[in-house]
Design a protein around this ligand. Structure first.
Ligand code: FAD
Length: 427
């Protein structure tokens, strides 16, 4: 006789990046038992922090991402907003060192929120250190009783039909098999879960590397007359040095430094092979930035920091039956020029959560009915099918806008017609 035992189901989330953490909190709040498996060590450990500090990626979080955080956890979103720096416009730096402010809307975006209400006063983009955001979300997730976090566990393969997966326990160098009822792949651009899904789903998949790369360069804080750290540039702007085929950008950090990123074609980077060529290239194209970055620090960062590729991926569908869905970069990597990759990943969680509620997906289910060939959980099946169907066009649109915005940022913002139009907008 089939058991009628009813209990909360287990969702396994692969990847404890920002999207995996938010998905964990969202499903735990809906009553699921959540196990998160992450290949890397815990970001919050001192040894991991030291490594993260060497390579700090800044992100622009917009109202899209903030709305997702608020939908999942109002209090966490309010705490998160304490740590960001609002950017009301972009500051264009020309080769002569002049700066032109272009506000993102004609009224300027003030970037405050209503304290304790969790509601946004306006829709500013905000600078945040990616590691800090990830750490904050890990903290929030580890405070939720029905979430368990497992670090240094790398998923190797998944058997969706039998609802289990094999992971490598990196410390013990052994493989373990674990069961799940439902699985979420939030394991980034080179997702193993996506590759495993492709074995059972007729997934359309596209991957494109653009001919440009990026490297991160740290801009130190200045000092005021009392020796206190100060920003060397206006902190409420996203700074851009557009040079047509390449560009430098800088986003503010809470410690009064800026993280700048140089985007350039691979052939341009390949010419920068010695300290002399690097310095003379910066003197020619970014003299004011060079003065702020400092010659020694620039050369050190150039030597130490990796040159990373920029990849754009598109997939469809994102799910398999009632077993699995991929979210965030695992489903859609996009080039960073629209600042929406993570924002869309967080929004994935909000949209999925809404569909779970719409379709009446419940965390509890008669477990015996979820056997190998057991009855498909119809509400979950329907929610995932609607997710793939409704989400795809939006994600493709924003991915294409991101591609177009590179030309806008490195070139169009410098053209007289653009500056004239922006000036009229701001009158
Ligand atoms: P990830 O952050 O990649 O996390 C995936 C996690 O999965 C990792 O922790 C990884 O270790 C783990 N993992 C991978 N494989 C396995 C496995 N087999 N088993 C277990 N764990 C595994 N987005 C914005 O919204 N705004 C911006 O301004 C912005 N700027 C950017 C600037 C640059 C230069 C770049 C490169 C990206 C930028 N993005 C931006 C995009 C943003 O960084 C990503 O969209 C975001 O980090 C994706 O989050 P994620 O949680 O989906 O994936």
């Amino acid at each position: 006789m089939a058991s009628t035992h009813v209990s909360s189901r287990k969702v396994v989330i692969v990847g404890a990046g920002p999207v995996g953490c938010l998905a964990a909190i969202a499903l735990a709040n809906l009553g699921w038992n959540v196990d998160v498996y992450e290949a890397r060590p815990d970001l919050r450990l001192p040894s991991s922090k030291a490594a993260a500090q060497q390579r700090s990626i800044n992100l622009a979080i917009s109202s899209r991402g903030i709305a997702a955080l608020q939908a999942v956890d109002q209090a966490a979103a309010a705490r998160f907003l304490e740590t960001v720096i609002p950017m009301r416009g972009r500051m264009i730096h020309d080769v002569q060192g002049n700066q032109h402010s272009q506000l993102y809307d004609k009224d300027g975006q003030v970037g405050n929120y209503i304290p304790h209400s969790g509601r946004l006063l306006n829709f500013c983009i905000n600078s945040i250190d990616r590691a800090l955001l990830n750490e904050g979300l890990l903290e929030e997730a580890s405070a939720v009783p029905n979430i368990r976090l497992f670090f240094k566990h790398k998923v190797l393969s998944v058997d969706f039909d039998n609802r289990n997966m094999v992971l490598r326990d990196i410390d013990s160098e052994s493989d373990v098999r674990i069961d799940f009822h439902f699985c979420i792949g939030a394991d980034g651009s080179y997702s193993v879960i996506r590759r495993q899904l492709m074995r059972v789903v007729r997934m359309d998949f596209q991957q494109e590397y653009i001919p440009h790369e990026y490297i991160e360069l740290k801009m130190p804080a200045g000092q005021d007359e009392h020796g206190k750290p100060t920003f060397l540039l206006d902190p409420n702007h996203l700074h851009i040095w557009p040079r047509h085929s390449f560009m430098l950008i800088a986003l503010p950090n809470k410690d009064k430094t800026f993280t700048s990123t140089l985007f350039a074609p691979t052939i341009e980077f390949d010419r920068l092979i010695s300290p002399e060529t690097i310095l003379s290239w910066f003197k020619a194209h970014f003299p004011d930035a060079l003065a702020l970055l400092g010659e020694d620090k620039l050369l050190e960062d150039f030597q130490k920091n990796p040159r990373s590729p920029l990849v754009s991926t598109k997939s469809k569908p994102y799910h398999y039956k009632d077993r699995c869905v991929i979210l965030g970069d695992a489903a859609h990597s996009m080039v960073p020029f629209y600042g929406q990759g993570l924002n869309c990943g967080l929004e994935d969680v909000r949209v999925l959560r809404t569909l779970f509620q719409d379709e009446g997906v419940t965390a509890t289910y008669p477990l015996a009915e979820l056997g190998i060939n057991g009855i498909v959980d119809q509400p979950l099946f329907a929610a995932l099918a609607r997710y793939s169907e409704s989400r795809h066009d939006d994600l493709v649109a924003i991915s294409e806008l991101a591609m177009d915005n590179y030309i806008e940022m490195r070139h169009s913002v410098t053209t007289p017609a653009y500056i004239f139009r922006k000036t009229l907008d701001n009158i």
